[in-house]
Design a protein around this ligand. Structure first.
Ligand SMILES: Cc1ncc(COP(=O)(O)O)c(C=O)c1O
Length: 404
């Protein structure tokens, strides 16, 4: 006996990758390298070691679900500065909560937002296609229909929710958006974010912004959903209704193992989320929260981190030029390369070069017309150091040039 909704979930992409490559042995000369997973390998900032040691007395205390005041203030302060929000508009106590990394928070957001029925129908959860796999699991386990909205080159890799039928929008309970997007690195403009917020309010659904790549960008800082709300009302202190954003330190500060992030936005939703999380949410240990607060309060390590990614993207541009649809993305640390057949390319790269990449189809679903927006692509994570990354990309280019 188990929850049959689980049957609607596919295996996680990394399990599927293991199965796809199971019969192959890398025969190339280079060291095997995993560019399949978005796990930053840059060193974690020194700051956390100090802070974790200083706070060691906190391990024998149960942490509160809503975290510490110091953490909530650090988050509110960071958001206010990062997005030039009106002073005091984001209140740490009313508008923020800690999450143990955004993955669990994004998952639980569906339990928060999806009612048993919406306008007497099965609720829908909108998401871009391709997508971060947690959105699908969350929608399905909350009893909603996932609705996959194409985010292809034709739409600048953005999902356009306004093209959906009114019937679908009226039963929509939640829409996930991801900017900068995993996997394509596309960044939604402030205007696009505002259009989505207007749509969410018109049809009364919650819009969840997954912004965990917000600090990895080559040029301009990507706009955020809270910033979009603020700008809608002109005085930097706009209406936050229907809006939640999630962010974490995993990518910004190279600490995916710390499991530290936050959700911020609509006061009513945050209060309900706190109730939900006090029943089943992962709480962040006090020493971790203190270390995380110190990281949100420091930008220097983030600037040097960004500089490392900039160098790697510049190397990638030298290697790839405009082949395989390459261009430097506006945000995030992935290449989304058009290689014709993503699965075949993933197998060739592993066998001939010892390079693991993710086929695009492991992050996408076929649309109503049968075409799959991930089919032609591979996702390549530039998470290793500069030399290892450049070496692997050169090998990759040679292999793909032969194969495609
Ligand atoms: C788009 C996206 N959202 C959320 C996450 C979750 O990250 P974390 O739980 O470490 O914050 C990831 C991790 O790879 C991601 O790619």
């Amino acid at each position: 006996m188990y929850n049959s909704r689980l049957d609607a979930l596919t295996d996680y992409p990394f399990q599927r990758l293991t199965a796809l490559l199971a019969d192959l042995k890398p025969s190339g000369k280079g060291e095997p390298i995993a560019m399949s997973i978005g796990e930053p390998q840059h060193p974690a900032p020194e700051l956390i070691h100090l802070e974790l040691a200083r706070q060691a007395f906190g391990w024998n205390k149960y942490p509160p679900t809503n975290g510490t005041m110091a953490y909530r203030s650090a988050v509110a302060h960071w958001l206010t500065k990062r997005y030039s929000l009106g002073y005091g508009w984001i209140d740490g106590d009313r508008n923020t909560l800690p999450v143990a990394g955004t993955r669990e928070g994004l998952f639980m957001a569906a339990m928060l937002a999806v009612p048993p029925e919406k306008n007497e129908q099965t609720p829908a959860v909108l998401m871009p296609n391709p997508f971060y796999q947690v959105y699908v699991g969350a929608a399905v386990m909350a009893g909603a229909d996932p609705v996959f909205v194409p985010a292809t080159r034709d739409s600048n890799f953005q999902p356009d929710f306004s093209t959906l039928d009114e019937g679908v929008l009226d039963r929509t309970a939640l829409a996930y958006i991801c900017s900068p997007a995993n996997p394509q690195g596309a960044v939604a403009t402030l205007e696009r974010l505002q259009d989505i917020i207007r749509l969410a309010r018109k049809h009364d659904f919650v819009v969840v912004g997954d912004e965990c790549y917000s600090e990895i960008y080559p040029n301009a800082p990507p706009p955020g959903l809270l910033e979009a709300c603020a700008a809608m009302d002109g005085d930097g202190k706009g209406d936050l209704s229907n809006v939640l954003v999630f962010n974490s330190l995993s990518k910004r500060s190279n600490v995916p193992g710390l499991r530290a992030g936050f959700v911020a936005g609509d006061e009513t939703l945050i209060a309900k989320f706190q109730t939900l999380r006090s029943h089943g949410g992962a709480v962040t240990p006090l020493p971790v929260m203190a270390a995380a607060a110190a990281l949100w309060n420091d930008e220097r390590h983030v600037e040097s981190n960004r500089a490392l990614y900039r160098q790697k993207f510049s190397d990638a541009a030298d290697i790839f030029g405009s082949r395989f649809g390459f261009s430097v993305p506006d945000g995030g640390f992935f290449l989304w390369l058009d290689v014709g057949d993503g699965r075949e390319a993933a197998r060739a790269l592993w066998q001939q070069g010892g390079i693991k990449v993710l086929p695009g189809t492991f992050l996408s679903r076929p649309g109503d017309d049968g075409t799959d927006p991930g089919d032609r692509y591979i996702r390549v994570a530039l998470v290793h150091d500069r030399v290892a990354t450049a070496n692997a990309l050169s090998r990759m280019f040679d292999i793909l040039s032969k194969e495609v």
